[in-house]
Design a protein around this ligand. Structure first.
Ligand SMILES: Cc1ncc(COP(=O)(O)O)c(C=O)c1O
Length: 380
């Protein structure tokens, strides 16, 4: 049995998505800016897709900008707002557990003279709202805090974060790449100015994402070129990718969330029942339906990953984007987890295509591997 439990890194493109995309390579391949019928058909597909993403946020179509993915959306939101508001202030607030797309955007801005506050998190990776309030100064122009964490699945209270920002007249950006279609964000109810999302995390194609930009949000564009995407993001639109992204949003249902929550509980309970000295990293509640992160004491996560891979079960250690580095995860360390326990952590991320049988197989396969690795472990 081949089991893919690394859906936090990327997901299988739903065959219904790739089928929908196909004609946009060979039939409707016009440039959406062209005036002829080829161009008009592409523009129509672009408009319909934009409407689908906008509806998912209860937003206006003109508030959605298509990008090349979550990384670009984060860069555009953070650098775009910082540069647009640099005369107003130079202080940005983020957290220690953000994705590198956010952390490294902030690091770049430090070189441009911005001052960044990196909020702490508690043992379950929640930020402290009081620390957020206390960090705000007259110079603060932007708060960027993720909706759900990619490593441990913690869902931050973005309604309350947004309200604090609104009360202080500060722009709020959230990276919702992991939570999109799993936890609703109604932009009429939650005070949020910018939201980053990505297609390949929700069974859409890679290389496409979007940024929700609330009407009136000041933003300087990152690259110069044509006036595409309401003059915010230059470059010919990736119509096939955008259509695929919209299709993947259309295919997401609340039933998928229920299914994943059941499988998540099955995996957590199954591992904790059958394997001693295992600790769930991150909260049990307010956790993404797709994320399970467990520390297996006395063993290295990488050895466990390799042994599971030999049994055709794909998991990850740390975050996928940085899993080639053998340093303990910055998220787990920020949560106060000891480095040796962080080293023994494995992230299992499920999807709507994951089955109960796959979870049973994973639990049954894990047990003897963990026993074998512990028997030879110098850490025990
Ligand atoms: C929370 C978060 N933000 C941003 C990204 C980057 O998204 P993309 O791969 O679409 O550039 C990821 C991808 O792992 C992520 O998990």
């Amino acid at each position: 049995m081949k089991v893919y439990l690394d859906n936090g890194a990327t997901t299988m493109t739903d065959p219904q998505v790739s089928d929908t995309m196909a004609k946009y390579f060979t039939e409707v391949y016009g440039n959406a800016s062209s005036l002829h019928s080829f161009g008009k058909s592409a523009k129509e597909a672009l408009d319909i897709s934009r409407r689908i993403i906008a509806d998912s946020f209860n937003a206006d179509s003109r508030e959605i900008i298509f990008t090349s993915g979550g990384t670009e959306s984060d860069n555009l939101a953070i650098k775009g707002v910082a540069r647009a508001l640099k005369d107003k202030g130079n202080h940005i607030i983020t957290s220690k557990i953000e994705h590198p797309a956010v952390l490294n955007s902030c690091k770049s801005l430090e070189k441009e003279g911005f001052r960044i506050t990196y909020l702490d998190v508690d043992e379950n990776a929640f930020i402290d709202l009081n620390q957020l309030k206390e960090s705000i100064t007259a110079e603060t122009i932007l708060v960027t805090l993720m909706h759900a964490n990619n490593e441990v699945g913690t869902i931050q209270p973005i309604r309350r974060i947004g309200q604090i920002c609104k009360d202080n007249n500060i722009i709020f950006h959230t990276d919702a790449v992991q939570s999109y279609t799993k936890v609703d964000i109604d932009t009429k109810k939650i005070p949020v100015d910018l939201i980053s999302i990505s297609s390949h995390k929700i069974h859409g194609p890679k290389g496409v994402g979007a940024l929700y930009i609330k009407k009136g949000t000041p933003l300087t564009k990152l690259s110069d070129g044509g006036s595409h995407e309401f003059d915010v993001r230059a470059g010919t639109e990736n119509i096939s990718g955008i259509v695929g992204f919209a299709k993947s949003v259309d295919l997401s249902t609340p039933e998928h969330i229920k299914l994943q929550n059941r499988l998540k509980d099955q995996l957590i309970d199954g591992i904790q029942r059958s394997i001693p000295d295992t600790v769930l990293n991150g909260p049990r509640d307010n956790r993404l339906c797709s994320n399970i992160n467990i520390s297996f004491r006395y063993i290295e996560g990488e050895s466990l990953l390799m042994h599971l891979d030999m049994k055709e079960i794909a998991v990850s250690t740390g975050s996928a984007c940085s899993s080639k580095k053998l340093e303990p995860s910055h998220v787990l360390l920020a949560m106060g987890i000891r480095p040796e326990h962080a080293h023994g952590s494995i992230r299992f991320t499920i999807s709507r295509f994951t089955t109960k049988e796959e979870i049973d197989y994973t639990i049954d396969t894990l047990k003897p591997i963990v026993e074998k690795l512990r028997a030879i472990s110098p850490l025990k």
